[in-house]
Ligand binder design. Structure first.
Ligand code: MG
Ligand code: MG
Length: 255
């Protein structure tokens, strides 16, 4: 079911989104050679709880899954696309492409955001992958406008990415958010213009292109959480929680 948030809820989402943006930026500053996923996760959880909020991914069970996610942050390195498990043995090194995905619950309302960064000196393909994925998020968000349809977002992202020759992950998608980690509508990063649900003022959605250096195919690692590229090439991910207004889209998860 697609939900419309009230004015009060929207104000709380703005507050929560601002907090999430600040925390994600602070965690990103800790990403350096030698840091572990576990350290990044611990910092993210600490900062969320210090603000009186709750990590939304911790203990989250996705549909059809028996095992709850055991961390607050997802740390996905190189060929890990999303949902990478931050552990003490996951050691970040120079040249890595690192995606951080974080969600929190502020006053009962859910926010979700992700970013990808290069560690130290990264090669030009990695730079292009990260830059193009970041730009594809902005291009998708430009279509998060009342009266447009879910398919318009994916269409815009796909049209932008295709000429670069990168793979668009098709098995995972953006989503409604606010009352839960994942709500309707399901928002693929490809699509047809005018297709799918109509976007309405007061809807809150997470837009999140996941773009691969190589092919679009992914698989679930044997850890049961981490998605990896089939061809072992790298992947990037950017995400914002966005409010549909009666004018320009409002990005909630930016400082
Ligand atoms: Mg996310
Ligand atoms: Mg999301």
């Amino acid at each position: 079911m697609i939900t419309i948030k009230t004015t009060e809820e929207i104000n709380l989402l703005r507050e929560g989104g601002w907090r999430l943006a600040e925390i994600l930026a602070e965690v990103a500053r800790l990403v350096k050679p030698g840091v572990t996923g576990k350290e990044l996760d611990m910092l993210a959880e600490k900062l969320i709880r210090e603000g009186g909020d709750v990590p939304s991914f911790l203990n989250y069970r996705s549909r059809g899954k028996g095992v709850a996610y055991p961390a607050s942050l997802c740390v996905s390195v190189n060929d890990q696309v999303v949902h990478g498990l931050p552990t003490g043995t996951q050691i970040i090194k120079a040249g890595d492409v690192v995606s951080l995905d974080l969600g929190l619950i502020h006053q009962g309302l859910f926010l979700d955001s992700a970013l990808t960064l290069g560690v130290g000196k990264i090669d030009t393909i990695a730079q292009k992958l990260i830059g193009t994925t970041r730009e594809s998020l902005s291009i998708g968000i430009a279509h998060v406008v009342a009266g447009k349809h879910v398919g318009d977002i994916g269409y815009a992202i796909e049209r932008f990415i295709k000429p670069h020759g990168f793979g668009i992950v098709r098995e995972l998608a953006g989503h409604g958010v606010g009352y839960e980690v994942h709500e309707d509508p399901y928002i693929p990063n490809y699509g047809k213009r005018g297709a799918g649900a109509e976007l309405k003022k007061g809807m809150v959605v997470a837009i999140e292109p996941m773009i691969n250096e190589g092919g679009d195919e992914i698989f679930l690692d044997k850890d049961g959480f981490t998605y990896r590229t089939r061809d072992g090439k790298r992947s990037a991910h950017f995400e914002h929680t966005v409010l549909i207004t009666d004018g320009e889209p409002e990005i909630l998860t930016q400082a």
